[in-house]
Design a protein around this ligand. Sequence first.
Ligand SMILES: Cc1cc2nc3c(=O)[nH]c(=O)nc-3n(C[C@H](O)[C@H](O)[C@H](O)COP(=O)(O)OP(=O)(O)OC[C@H]3O[C@@H](n4cnc5c(N)ncnc54)[C@H](O)[C@@H]3O)c2cc1C
Length: 445
Amino acid sequence: MRLIIAGGGLAGLVAALRAVELGAQVNLLEKGGHLGGSFLYSSGYVWSYRDLEAYRRQAPAGDTVLQKLILNRLEEGLLWLEDRGAPVLSRETNNPLTFGFRLDPDRTVAALAKRIFVGGGRISLGTALDGLVQDVDGRVSGMQASAKAGRWTEASDAVVLASGGFAGDPELVRRYIIGGPGRMRLRAHPRSTGDGFRAALAAGALESAGLEEFYGRNLPAPPAEFSPERFVEVSQLYGRNAVAINSNGERYADESADWSETTLTRATALQPGLRAWYVLDAAGLQKRVRERTVGEMVATARRVGGIVLQEESLEEMADRLAERGVVRENFLRTMNEYNAAVVDGRSESLFPRRSAPAAPVRTPPFVAVEIAPTITHTIGGLAVDGGCRVLRRSDGRPLLGLYAAGVEVGGVSVGGYSSGLATALVFGRAAAASAVREDAAAATD
Ligand SMILES: Cc1cc2nc3c(=O)[nH]c(=O)nc-3n(C[C@H](O)[C@H](O)[C@H](O)COP(=O)(O)OP(=O)(O)OC[C@H]3O[C@@H](n4cnc5c(N)ncnc54)[C@H](O)[C@@H]3O)c2cc1C
């Protein structure tokens, strides 16, 4: 069978190698000049929650069928990758809620690409899918591609979309996620601009739940500048040790709602100007988050040109913040109410509530770091079944010949967050296997 795979991130690479191994003639298209997608900038942890109960708790509105698929197939996928030459840096995730491996991204990409090539697969760099071709019955029978050389149509028996969602398209991000004016910085490679998503919708595909959700991090706000290689290092992952306030001087989210601070980052994207401040004190700076102290993360924000204010009292901090547009009286009232509630053990009754950990902010020096939300990838995307077959909008049944993998698959972690690399690995393998199996079944019908 002839299989086209659009996108050379981890999802596309895995789908391509699996399909080559199952005997398909593969053409892997990659829009950019190199393979790897966001995997290259990532920490390389490919993980799942330990059991379905934990998965449901952490991503309560996600698709249970897809969550089970990840849970049940991740280990087998990791061993398959290791057997294909992916270097395993650790067999632990350092998170008691999860299991998985840490991989070396660069060497994993190189190992997969080599095997695809040796197995007879084609890899077309600088080539983008920009439309799907359907036969009279609506079955996907090829795609339109574009490259420097021009635009052409290529026939195939099936197409796997692995082009990474639409985080890189400011217009789609505004429409679905921000819901108004503003632009979120990307914390990912810039090429996932919704090409696969749009092409599938134009072919009659169904959207998943969670289109308004995203995974990302709060990073130092501009004028801070940093290269993609520093995305992990500049993360300001200590909202739970701070009070997050917007330019109205008000708290806007439960800073400790979840371990990955996804809820806090999403809420920051809805604040005026898509900016906010983390306010903390000397005690907060001493706290540890994973392998770093909060003070070290704040120092990184300062080093990359972020705005970091330091004062000896909350009144002086209020003056400094007011110079930057934060409403002074509201800020002082918010801090006083917060501190009083925490000291009295009433933080859960604050609005927004503050779950544990919650510590008072009262030991000088006080620090305020200006942060801005960034988007790593979308959570909503295409609706698929347990075989990664893209579903039709008209009747919820499979849109024949079309499959999705990785970020392109929507709805897995709605209401929370789960590993993007796991969706790339598990769904990449599942999409390739379904496409090859169904083509063989069609041939014997
Ligand atoms: C700093 C950082 C740290 C991270 N850490 C982790 C972590 O530790 N664990 C974890 O699970 N996840 C992590 N992630 C997220 C993870 O990297 C992604 O979820 C995952 O790499 C997505 O893989 P993908 O193949 O689905 O999409 P992508 O990596 O986005 O790949 C999509 C590919 O498709 C290409 N493309 C786009 N449009 C087209 C088109 N029209 N035609 C052809 N090709 C196209 C793109 O150029 C790209 O190469 C991290 C991400 C970042 C940025």
